[in-house]
Design a protein around this ligand. Sequence first.
Ligand SMILES: Nc1ncnc2c1ncn2[C@@H]1O[C@H](COP(=O)(O)OP(=O)(O)OP(=O)(O)O)[C@@H](O)[C@H]1O
Ligand SMILES: [Mg+2]
Length: 260
Amino acid sequence: MLAEGETLGIIGPNGSGKTTLFNLMTGFLKADHGKISFSGDEITNRRPSHICQLGITRTFQIPRPFAPVDVLENVMAGRAYGKESSSDMKQARQEAMEELEFTGLVSKQDVVSKDLNLLGRKRLEIARALATKPKLLLLDEVFAGLNPKETEEALELISLIKKRGITLTIVEHVLKVILGVSSRVVVLNFGEKIFEGLPTEAINHPKVIEAYLEKIFMLEVKNVDVSYGDMQALWDVSLVAKDEEMWPWSDRTEQGRRPC
Ligand SMILES: Nc1ncnc2c1ncn2[C@@H]1O[C@H](COP(=O)(O)OP(=O)(O)OP(=O)(O)O)[C@@H](O)[C@H]1O
Ligand SMILES: [Mg+2]
C-alpha cells in the first residue's frame, strides 16, 4: 500500500524482484495471481499505455531513450504518451522544455540522446517520465553508476520532484539515498517481502541485515598473501569494508563516499 505524497523505498539483493514489481505495476509484465489498484481503479494486467495515462510512470534501470532522436523530442514523446496527452505540438514542446529546465538538460536539448553521458541519460529518463505528468513515479536505480557529485545532484532532483507533490517509489542500492529520501522501506529477498517499516528500523532488522546489508561490501579482500621479493609482507589477510562503515566520512570528504 502506498499513500499519496509518500516516498517508498524498495531495497533487496540483486535478483530479489524489485524491477519485476515495477514491471507488474506498470503493465510490462502480467501477474499470474493477485490484484493491483491505483486511486480506486484496478490496473492488474492493464496495458502500459493505459496505466501511464492513469498517472503511473516508471524509469528503466537501463535508460531507454529513443536513440535516434534528440533530447527535446524524447521528452515531447513522453508528453504525447502520458496523462493529459494532447496533439498540440506547440504546447507539448513548451511543456517538454519546462521539464528539460527542471532536470538541467536545456543545454542538451539538441543532442542526440545516445550521445548523452550516463547522468544525462538518467536525467532524460526522469524528464521524459515527468512529461507524462505522473501522480506516481517509479524510479528504478537512477543513482546506479553515478559518481558522488552526480549522486548529490540526482538527490537534489529527487527532492524537487517530491516538492512537486509527486508520490515516489524508489528502487535503489545506494543506501544513503534510500535512507535519505524514503518515508517507508520495503525489503525484498528471493521474491518475498521480508520487511516493511521505517528506514531506520530496516537497517537494524536482523532479517534485513542477514539477507542484504551484510552482503553489501564496498571492498572485500579474501585470503591474500603478498611478497616483496623474498620478504612476505602479508599472510592470509581477509577483510571487508561495508558501505555504512564509510558513512561517517561521507559528509566531510568526497573520498569516503560509496562509488555508486
Ligand atoms: N525477463 C526475464 N526472464 C526470466 N527471468 C527474469 C527476467 N527478468 C528477471 N528475471 C528473474 O527474476 C528474478 C527477479 O529479477 P529482478 O530483475 O526483478 O530483480 P531485481 O531485484 O530488480 O535485481 P537487480 O537489483 O539486479 O536489478 C531474478 O531471478 C531474475 O533473474
Ligand atoms: Mg532491478
